[in-house]
Design a protein around this ligand. Structure first.
Ligand code: SIN
Length: 280
């Protein structure tokens, strides 16, 4: 693909590209959208610098890719419920959320993609990293890929985050969490609806077990997969500045924020788009 509307600079050999020459505050016409979508499918996470977005412009950019996923837990901007606020004043209190994940895989319809916009960034800290889960799949042996292709995983946030809720807030809060977030099942390997490429679809924060295996088999296989995905050769890392935007595909990447900013405040605005299809 030749890009006529912007320049593309790959971030690493695994994934990610910085896009320059595109103002996201302006509506994307069909050519710009087609080129951006092609770059996104190739690089899986796109980075933009020096953007100045109103909440409406931020939401309009996200809506080019689907429907906004309404926020159930995360606070939103007053008057702009499409925009979630991540305002973190003490990164040591984030807890589990810094584990590798894709957004909302504990739901039947996870989030297709997210556009995160930096408002206030600690200097030299608070980077985000991503993993290419298509490459992670491709680098497994054909025998392992064939085995995984047939498996189903359980994604259950209560298994992974529940013990902390029980300890810190007690059994009633734990029960309310259980009632709100039942376990869901997804294939261990999903196929990208637009490119047809297969990707591993498990993550340390939300995947609790693999169906039809013994507990020991499931635990060991998941641990192997989590470690396999945690290789530098599969990753890219982004250093935020105020006005930076990262736009990633949750269907074929996982990510992790680096909580190294301690008491230096970090404020981000996020637009999340729902996956219209269940992973398959
Ligand atoms: C996330 O963990 O979903 C967001 C990553 C970040 O804030 O860096």
């Amino acid at each position: 693909m030749r890009y006529t509307r912007f320049d593309v600079r790959p971030t690493t050999g695994a994934l990610g590209a910085e896009i320059s020459g595109l103002n996201l505050a302006e509506p994307l016409d069909d050519i710009a959208f087609a080129e951006l979508n092609a770059a996104w499918q190739k690089y899986l996470v796109l980075f933009f610098r020096d953007q100045q977005l109103t909440p409406e412009q931020h939401a309009a950019f996200g809506k080019r890719f689907g429907k906004i996923d309404p926020s159930a837990y995360i606070p939103t901007l007053p008057e702009h419920e499409d925009i979630r606020i991540q305002d973190i004043q003490d990164s040591t209190q984030i807890g589990n959320d810094i584990n590798w994940h894709c957004d909302n895989s504990f739901r039947e319809y996870p989030q297709k993609c997210s556009a995160l916009y930096a408002i206030k960034v600690p200097e030299g800290a608070g980077d985000t990293t991503w993993v290419n889960m298509q490459l992670a799949y491709d680098l497994l042996s054909p025998t392992m890929r064939a085995f995984l292709d047939e498996l189903t995983a359980v994604h259950d946030l209560v298994e992974t985050m529940g013990p902390g809720i029980l300890k810190n807030f007690g059994p009633e809060r734990w029960q309310a969490f259980r009632d709100r977030t039942p376990p869901v099942e997804h294939p261990v390997v999903r196929t990208h609806p637009e490119t047809g490429r297969k990707a591993l679809f498990v993550n340390r924060l939300m995947t609790s077990s693999i169906k039809d295996l013994s507990e020991a088999e499931s635990d060991n296989l998941l641990e192997f997969l989590f470690r396999h995905c945690d290789q530098e050769e599969l990753k890219c890392r982004f250093r935020w500045e105020p006005g930076s935007v990262a736009f990633w595909d949750n269907r074929c990447t996982i990510h992790r924020g680096i909580a190294d900013f301690y008491t230096d405040r970090r404020i981000m605005h996020r637009v999340a788009i729902t996956d219209p299809d269940r992973p398959h």
